[in-house]
Design a binder for this molecule. Structure first.
Ligand code: D5M
Ligand code: FE
Ligand code: ZN
Length: 538
C-alpha cells in the first residue's frame, strides 16, 4: 500500500499496533521510500513500546543512508522513553482484564487522526477515502424486555408479592434442571437426617455465634433455614450472596429436621458452554454512558473529539452508538448538586444534549436508555424518555427504550442496564469480587445471579410490576452498563461485560469520597468478533 500521505502512514502503523507521534508520521510520509522507512522505524522501536516516536523515526531514517552517523540505530532504550506507554489509561485497562488496547484517538498523537482538524478535514487528507459510506439498509435493531408503556404497578403490597413470585418462578425455572427440589412446606414435613434440595429467594443471611452462616430461603410455600458451616469451601460463596436473589441448595436435614446442613449452593448463572452470537459482517458499536450534559464537569472537548473521530476513516465501521443512561446531569438528583450545574433547567439540558448528539454522523443508529440522572421515574424498571424529551432529542432519530432493555443488533444481543445496583453489589461483596476499579466484576455477579438488581431496598428503588423486568431470562452476548463512571471490561462465561466510563470529570462529591472517574473513553466492540478497543478522548 502506498504510504505517501500522513494518514496512510498512521493507518499502517495502527494496523501494526502502533500509535505514533504526529511529527514521526510526517517524517515517515516525507521519506524517499516511506514504506521501507516505516519498516525500519518499527524495527527500531522497542518491542514493548505502544507509541512510535520522532526519535525512532530519525534513527531509522539515519540508518537508511548507508555510512550512518555512527551506531544510532537502536540507541533508544525503552526505559528512557517517556512516551512508551499510552499512559495511565492504557496500563490500568490492561489490569482490568480486558486484554484490548487503549488507543489514543484524540489529541495530537496521530493514530490515524489529524490533530485539531476533525471530521471532513480528515477525510480529505486520507487520499482516496471518500468519507463514511454506511449502508443503512443493513442495519437491524430489535428491542425486547422494555417496560415502556406496560407499567401496571401501583406500588401496593400485592404488587410486590406478584413481582417476587414472578422472580421466583422464572429464576427457579433456570435452576430446576440442576436440583430435585421440594417446596419449603414439604421439607418442613420431612424427617431428621433426610437429604433435601430447595430453591428459594434469600430472605435473610446471618452469622451464628460460632461463625457459621444461617441463610433463610423462601419459596412460594414458606421459609426454611439453611446452615453453611464456616469451614466448608462453599462458605466462600456466602460472601457473594445478596438478599432477594434466587439460589438452589442441596444438603441434609439435622436430626430434629429443623434446619438443613448445606453441601452445595447453585446460582442460576450463565452456562460455561455459552456461545455468543456474532454479526455476519464487520460492523462496530460504540458503547458509552453517563454523558452528564448540564454539569460543569461535562467534558465538551472530549465529546467533540469523539464525535469528530466518528467521521474519520478509522471509525467508518462504527455504525451503532449505545448510550446506557445519564444523558444529562439532571436537577435535584443529589444534595448540593445545583452548585455544580452549568444548565439549571432540565429541558435546556436535554436541548444541549441534542446539540451534542447532532455531531454524531447521521448514518449511525443510536439507542438510548435512561439512568438515575434522567427525567424519568427513578424506580426500576425505568420507562423510556417521554414524548416531550423524545421531541427535544429528535434531531438524530435515536431509538429510546427502557432501563433495562435487550437490544439485538445484527444478531448480537446487548443487555443495556444503567447500573445503579452496581453500587450495592460493590458495597456488599468483598473487594476481589466487586470493586469500583474493576467494574466488570460486579457485572459478572449480576450475570451469575441472572438479575440486574437482585437486592431490593437501599439506594435502589424497584417499581413492582406484574412481572420482574429485571430478571435476565436470556443470556446476552454483551452486557453494557454505566453509572459507576469507571471503565472496565472482560468476559464472563463468554459474555462480554462492559462498563463504559463517563464524559464527566470528577465532581466535588466524587472528590470527597475518592472516586476517580474514567472520563472521555469510548469502548468500541466489533460485532463480528466481540473484540474490544477502547479509544481515549480524555
Ligand atoms: O453516580 C456516579 C457514581 O458516583 C456512582 O457510583 C454513585 C456515586 N455518586 C455520585 N454522587 C453521589 C452522591 N451524592 N451520593 C452517593 N453516591 C454518589 P451517578 O449517579 O451516575 O452520577
Ligand atoms: Fe452517571
Ligand atoms: Zn448513574
Amino acid at each position: 500500500m502506498p504510504l505517501e500521505t500522513p494518514v496512510r502512514v498512521a493507518q499502517e502503523l495502527a494496523r501494526r499496533g502502533y500509535n505514533a507521534e504526529r511529527e514521526a508520521v510526517t517524517l515517515l510520509a516525507g521519506a524517499a521510500d516511506p514504506a521501507s522507512a516505516l519498516d525500519r522505524a518499527v524495527e527500531a522501536t522497542p518491542d514493548d513500546a505502544l507509541r512510535l516516536t520522532t526519535d525512532h523515526v530519525r534513527a531509522a531514517l539515519d540508518a537508511e543512508t548507508p555510512p550512518a552517523s555512527g551506531g544510532d540505530v537502536g540507541g533508544d532504550t525503552p526505559g528512557e522513553d517517556p512516551s512508551v506507554s499510552t499512559g495511565e489509561a492504557g496500563t490500568r485497562s490492561q489490569d482490568t482484564g480486558g486484554g484490548a488496547a487503549v488507543e489514543t484517538a484524540g489529541g495530537t498523537s496521530g493514530g490515524g487522526r489529524a490533530a485539531g482538524a476533525g471530521g471532513p478535514a480528515d477525510a480529505s487528507e486520507s487520499g482516496d477515502w471518500a468519507g463514511r459510506s454506511v449502508e443503512q439498509a443493513l442495519h437491524e435493531i430489535e428491542i425486547a424486555g422494555d417496560i415502556t408503556g406496560r407499567s401496571t404497578g401501583t406500588g401496593e403490597y400485592d404488587d410486590f408479592v406478584t413481582v417476587f413470585r414472578d422472580r421466583y418462578e422464572r429464576l427457579a425455572g433456570q435452576l430446576r434442571g440442576r436440583v430435585n427440589h421440594r417446596p419449603a412446606e414439604a421439607i418442613q414435613a420431612m424427617g431428621g437426617g433426610s437429604d433435601a434440595e430447595m430453591i428459594g429467594l434469600v430472605n435473610d443471611i446471618r452469622s451464628t455465634a460460632s461463625g457459621h452462616w444461617l441463610i433463610e430461603l423462601e419459596d412460594t410455600t414458606g421459609v426454611f433455614p439453611c446452615l453453611v458451616m464456616k469451614d466448608r469451601d462453599i462458605a466462600e460463596l456466602v460472601e457473594e450472596l445478596l438478599l432477594d436473589e434466587c439460589i438452589a441448595v442441596q444438603g441434609t436435614l439435622a436430626d430434629d429436621a429443623g434446619i438443613m446442613f448445606v453441601d452445595a449452593i447453585h446460582f442460576p448463572d450463565v452456562p460455561r458452554t455459552h456461545r455468543p452470537s456474532t454479526a455476519d459482517r464487520h460492523v462496530q458499536a460504540a458503547l458509552i454512558s453517563d454523558v452528564h450534559v448540564g454539569s460543569q464537569e461535562f467534558m465538551a472537548e472530549a465529546w467533540h473529539d469523539f464525535a469528530d473521530w466518528l467521521h474519520t476513516e478509522e471509525a467508518e465501521h462504527v455504525e451503532y452508538l449505545l448510550v446506557a443512561g445519564d444523558m444529562v446531569e439532571g436537577v435535584g438528583v443529589y444534595p448540593n448538586q445545583d452548585e455544580e450545574l452549568d444548565i439549571v433547567d432540565i429541558y435546556d439540558q436535554y436541548r444541549r444534549f441534542a446539540e451534542y448528539l447532532k455531531e454524531v454522523p447521521g448514518d449511525m443508529e443510536i439507542v438510548m436508555i435512561p439512568g438515575n440522572h434522567d427525567a424519568v421515574r427513578l424506580a426500576e424498571p425505568q420507562p423510556a424518555f417521554d414524548e416531550t424529551l423524545r421531541e427535544i432529542m429528535s434531531v438524530h432519530d435515536a431509538q429510546v427504550t427502557g432501563n433495562p432493555s435487550t437490544v439485538t443488533i445484527e444478531g448480537v444481543s446487548v443487555l443495556m442496564y444503567h447500573g445503579v445496583s452496581l453500587d450495592e453489589v460493590i458495597a456488599e461483596l468483598p473487594e476481589e469480587k466487586a470493586s469500583y476499579d474493576e467494574p466488570h466484576k460486579p457485572m459478572y455477579q449480576l450475570l451469575k445471579k441472572r438479575h440486574v438488581a437482585p437486592q431490593y431496598g437501599g439506594k435502589l428503588r424497584v417499581a413492582p410490576e406484574e412481572k420482574d423486568y429485571l430478571v435476565i431470562d436470556e443470556v446476552p452476548d454483551i452486557f453494557h452498563t454505566g453509572h459507576v463512571h469507571k471503565l472496565g471490561w472482560g468476559k464472563y462465561h463468554n459474555v462480554l461485560a462492559v462498563n463504559s466510563g463517563c464524559w464527566q470529570a470528577q465532581t466535588a462529591f466524587q472528590k470527597s469520597v475518592n472516586i476517580d472517574p474514567d472520563a472521555g473513553f469510548a469502548p468500541v466492540v466489533d460485532l463480528d468478533t466481540l473484540d474490544m478497543t477502547v479509544y481515549d478522548f480524555s
